[in-house]
Design a protein around this ligand. Structure first.
Ligand SMILES: [Zn+2]
Length: 286
């Protein structure tokens, strides 16, 4: 009986060790990219961005914490990917060769949804101060609802076309689509779905046409509310090169085929400390 028990224990130990080793091997041969999804960015030094002048939202993140996070990424020599770079070097079937200056670099993507004015003001100031400090340009991928450009919301105001053009011109912004009106695309009839997808593209391209020589603006989309189904994917794939979700998973790159219309993103809210963001960027789990 004792021998049997011992054998069982050894077997279980070997099994666990085997599983751990498989996991470690899998992790070492796959490359991972964390794609962060922010919403509004607020400056704790500006009373207009704090209660009682402005309500707090779960999706807010402070400029002060974001600066600490970006500082640590820059010091750790991360490559801040644009949506087109992610597509060209890692997602496309005809992948481009990674430029020498990016070889061996760790990768990250910072995305910001919904196009709020405060986020724009604070991100521009952050990007400029990072450039001044380190001589490096960071890239912010915006997923925008172009029908709301420059519109003052009931709660939050939106950045204007002119605001976004400034960030694009300075090389900090990558402007992409989040549907024209932030509608849940899975609830729309085909005609309305196509309208949401095309209007969004048209307005953004018109806003930036003289600043977008490579035609990368509005080539990628993040689904409003992270909602997607087969019909949405079918029509999105007619007009866009890739589609982004919210599922709190990192993007794993390997030999297997991947669906470029279900790119994972990690949703960030005010309760996630900087330390955790750094951990997620380095391949840790949420
Ligand atoms: Zn949104």
């Amino acid at each position: 009986m004792i021998i049997r028990k011992k054998r069982l224990t050894s077997f279980l130990l070997a099994l666990i060790l085997g599983l751990v080793l498989t996991r470690v091997m899998f992790e070492t041969i796959t490359d991972e990219i964390a794609i962060f999804g922010f919403h509004d960015i607020i400056n704790l030094d500006n009373p207009n961005e704090l209660p009682p002048k402005r309500s707090e939202f779960d999706g807010d993140y402070t400029k002060q914490d974001l600066e600490k996070f970006i500082d640590s990424l820059v010091l750790d020599n991360y490559w801040f990917l644009s949506s087109q770079e992610l597509y060209d070097y890692f997602l496309s079937v005809n992948k481009k060769k990674i430029p020498d200056e990016h070889k061996g670099q760790k990768k990250v993507m910072l995305t910001v949804d919904d196009g709020y004015k405060d986020a724009h003001v604070n991100l521009m100031s952050l990007a400029e101060s990072i450039e001044e400090k380190y001589g490096k340009k960071i890239k912010i991928v915006w997923f925008l609802n172009p029908s709301f450009l420059g519109i003052n919301g009931v709660e939050l105001d939106h950045a204007s076309c002119e605001d976004l053009r400034t960030g694009l011109e300075k090389g900090f912004y990558d402007l992409q689509s989040h549907g024209a009106n932030h509608k849940d695309l899975t609830t729309l009839k085909v005609k309305d779905l196509e309208k949401e997808l095309l209007n969004s593209q048209q307005i953004l391209k018109e806003c930036t046409q003289d600043l977008d020589p490579n035609k990368t603006v509005a080539s990628h989309i993040a689904y409003p509310f992270g909602e997607v189904n087969d019909q949405v994917e079918k029509y999105v794939s007619k007009y866009y090169l890739s589609g982004y979700l919210y599922n709190n998973l990192p993007l794993k790159l390997g030999w297997w085929s991947r669906n470029n219309y279900r790119i994972p993103r990690v949703s960030i809210h005010s309760r996630i400390p900087v330390k955790k963001l750094v951990w997620i960027a380095s391949g840790g789990w949420l």
